[in-house]
Design a protein. Structure first.
Length: 178
């Protein structure tokens, strides 16, 4: 029994492309393709932000303590990318009409997204703090503990974001629900 049949047997109605329970996704084929593209975009943005952090980590390790002036710029761009990835994912779920109060699936999706947004906001604070320390001259290639901790948390946020995207967007496709 696939997910679409299960959802339809809960008293839902058929919309032409798949069955749904009241309050669940109201998608046609073109909206599902948009969901796939936007979730792929969010995953790409998460990975691009982590790549920029890895590049800034490599640049900040060197003999000259203050040479890489591009590190705060790379961190700033990575902050924009990680925030954009979370915003894209939230917007996609919001546009589908998924209700967190109508069904347990919607509640689970919004719980996963809320947790991810919390970690993204924490990453933003840590990134801004790292930039402030770099600009103040208290962070360099020798004294980089703050940067290393922010980088580890950033990679954790990336991993959690990708797993969240996989669970929210991949699981329904894997079970045949979308």
């Amino acid at each position: 029994m696939d997910l679409a049949y299960s959802i339809g047997s809960l008293g839902g109605r058929t919309t032409g492309s798949f069955e749904m329970a009241p309050g669940l996704l109201r998608c046609g084929t073109h909206r599902i393709q948009l969901l796939v593209r936007c979730s792929s975009l969010a995953g790409f943005l998460y990975c691009a932000s982590a790549a920029l952090i890895a590049v800034s980590s490599r640049l900040s390790r060197g003999g000259d303590r203050r040479k890489p002036h591009s590190v705060p710029i790379l961190i700033s761009v990575a902050l924009v990318l990680v925030g954009s990835a979370s915003a894209v994912d939230l917007r996609v779920q919001w546009q589908t009409g998924l209700s967190r109060s109508a069904h347990a699936y919607g509640a689970a999706v919004y719980a996963i997204m809320s947790l991810q947004i919390f970690f993204v906001l924490t990453t933003l604070v840590m990134g801004l703090y790292t930039i402030a320390l770099w600009i103040a001259g208290k962070l360099d290639s020798v004294r980089r503990t703050t940067f290393d901790n922010a980088m580890l948390f950033w990679f954790y946020t990336l991993g959690q974001g990708l797993v969240g995207l996989l669970v929210v967007h991949g699981f329904p496709r894997l079970t045949g629900g979308v």
